[in-house]
Design a protein around this ligand. Structure first.
Ligand SMILES: CC(C)(COP(=O)(O)OP(=O)(O)OC[C@H]1O[C@@H](n2cnc3c(N)ncnc32)[C@H](O)[C@@H]1OP(=O)(O)O)[C@@H](O)C(=O)NCCC(=O)NCCS
Length: 331
């Protein structure tokens, strides 16, 4: 047995494409690589590692660079993603070796931390590669209509929908490419979070407006002619759930933005609205005030290089939401 793990080069592109195609069946792999692996990402091209055994390609993992803001300063970091080991090579430590190699190269690649809320299969391999569980990402859910509360018959459903619908709230305006209103919102939101991906107009344009699936439309939330928030939404679970994929809001307007989204969602067939946030952050935001209840959660993992900046592993600092994902559709 001879395992080899190394950084991928341009010459490995077709191998990486084949692995990604196996990992996400049905994906338009050319579109995904063009969106996520090239310098169309405002933080730069992806870093990929490839594992092989006796010359046969077995798997890969990638770092997608993200610009973060840490205590007011921009830093280069990465979202971890597209980790895949072919079934016949699994459970022999290759996943862990891939993550370990990526960590070893963090200094050379100028990556301050790698983070994410991985799938269950990847949690142990990531920990073997040096990642730590620094908290949990929780899902908050708000019912929109009777059906979400088990009152699905038409008269009850309509009645409960009317009662649950917020009134006199701001509205959602489709976001334009490089929308200056997003920069305005980000500049006001940024001082309220200590560690977060920089959600400026360039980021939102790439992450949502240029993503291949076009399933996560982005909006500016407007009140009295002023932008008070920015968000991206996805109708999922057969249109029963409106996921708030991402949300930022100017100080004091978080709940006004949630109300605007709930009102928008109530015009669709969705039964519930939900959003994922760091558990500690969501609780601090008193999500219950807008009718959101905390439900399931999953671990949030961060890896820093040896002697790295420990502020990245502080769960109290993180603002995490759905833009911090390499998936452009949740279906
Ligand atoms: C995740 C993945 C890359 C791990 O590769 P790997 O080479 O098998 O990983 P390792 O051998 O280093 O680690 C194996 C460990 O992963 C965990 N694991 C593996 N399969 C698992 C499963 N179905 N459920 C929970 N944990 C699992 C176990 O802790 C296992 O250790 P064990 O064999 O001692 O029980 C591989 O399973 C895979 O490609 N899965 C499908 C794609 C995927 O889920 N990617 C992650 C997206 S975030």
């Amino acid at each position: 047995m001879a395992f080899d793990v190394r950084a991928a080069t341009h010459a490995d592109q077709s191998e990486v494409a084949a692995l990604v195609r196996e990992m996400i069946p049905g994906v338009d792999v050319t579109a995904r690589l063009d969106w996520l692996y090239t310098d169309r990402n405002p933080a730069g091209t992806a870093l990929t590692w490839i594992a092989s055994e006796n010359g046969e390609v077995a798997g890969c993992t990638s770092y997608f660079p993200f610009r973060l803001q840490l205590d007011g300063q921009p830093v280069r970091a990465a979202l971890g993603g597209d980790g895949y080991v072919r079934p016949k090579f699994r459970r022999r430590g290759l996943g862990g070796l891939l993550h370990e190699a990526a960590r070893r190269d963090m200094h050379a690649n100028d990556i301050g931390c790698m983070y994410g809320a991985p799938g269950a299969m990847n949690v142990t391999p990531l920990k073997h590669g040096g990642s730590r569980e620094v908290g949990h990402v929780a899902r908050w859910v708000r019912p929109l209509r009777g059906a979400a509360l088990g009152l699905g018959k038409p008269p009850f459903d309509r009645l409960v929908r009317g009662i649950l619908r917020p009134r006199f709230v701001p509205y959602l305006d489709p976001m334009a490419r490089f929308d200056p209103r997003v920069d305005e919102v980000w500049e006001l939101f940024a001082p309220t979070v200590r560690l977060a991906a920089i959600r400026d107009a360039a980021f939102y344009t790439w992450r949502f407006l240029e993503s291949p699936s076009h399933r996560e439309p982005a909006f500016v939330i407007v009140r009295g002619g002023r932008p008070i928030g920015a968000c991206a939404l996805e109708l999922m679970n057969g249109a029963q759930t409106m996921r708030i994929v991402d949300l930022i809001a100017v100080p004091g307007q978080w709940h006004a933005c949630l109300s605007a989204i709930v009102r928008h969602a109530a015009e669709t067939e969705a039964h519930t609205v939900d959003i994922k946030l760091m558990a500690l952050d969501g609780r601090r935001r008193h999500m219950w005030r807008s009718g959101f209840m905390e439900r399931d959660s999953k671990p949030f993992l961060v890896v820093i290089p040896v002697d790295g900046d420990r502020r990245f592993v502080d769960p109290m600092r993180w603002f995490y939401c759905g833009a911090d994902s390499d998936l452009d559709s949740l279906e």
